[in-house]
Design a protein around this ligand. Structure first.
Ligand SMILES: CC(C)(COP(=O)(O)OP(=O)(O)OC[C@H]1O[C@@H](n2cnc3c(N)ncnc32)[C@H](O)[C@@H]1OP(=O)(O)O)[C@@H](O)C(=O)NCCC(=O)NCCS
Length: 135
């Protein structure tokens, strides 16, 4: 059984850490503004396997720290979670959704109607591009 629900920032930390920055200390995945974010998780039979966090500012929303446990990747769970997030964004009449996408994920996010912008940067050896979808 699959459930997507709002969770706490603390609940996202183990998956963020294991999937995104396993070689950094766990504090590295805690965001200064986590307390004002909304965090969502996909549960498969009561086990949290995919997480994403939303930060709204001026009717625009940034999603951050999107991650699915390694052994569950490529099975469509991330797609379910991102589609649910898109549904919420549209329901709340936000005008733009954006993220700092790892460049190896450009094709993935394109499937969700997101487009690359001209803003590229690197962090800890990983290349990123800002991707966005306007509503
Ligand atoms: C990005 C991420 C969160 C996506 O989550 P996911 O659960 O793997 O997502 P999905 O399974 O829905 O999609 C992943 C791929 O599997 C494919 N897929 C979707 N449903 C599938 C299914 N039922 N069976 C097989 N493959 C499927 C998708 O088309 C997608 O292919 P693509 O990467 O070539 O575009 C996850 O891969 C991840 O945590 N990656 C490492 C961290 C990371 O890069 N995070 C994003 C930073 S910007």
């Amino acid at each position: 059984m699959i459930n997507i629900i709002e969770i706490t920032a603390e609940e996202t930390a183990p998956i963020r850490h294991e999937v995104l920055w396993p070689n950094e200390p766990i504090d590295f995945v805690i965001l200064p503004n986590d307390a004002i974010g909304r965090h969502f998780g996909l549960f498969l039979n009561e086990t949290l396997i995919s997480v994403v966090s939303l930060f709204v500012k001026h009717k625009e929303v940034q999603f951050r720290k999107f991650a699915t446990c390694t052994e569950y990747q490529g099975k469509g769970y991330g797609t379910l979670l991102l589609n649910e997030i898109m549904r919420i964004v549209q329901q709340e009449k936000l005008s733009r959704m954006w993220c700092n996408a790892r460049v190896n994920k450009i094709n993935y996010y394109t499937k969700f109607g997101m487009r690359v912008t001209h803003t590229y940067f690197s962090k800890k050896g990983i290349d990123y591009v800002v991707m966005e979808r306007k509503f």
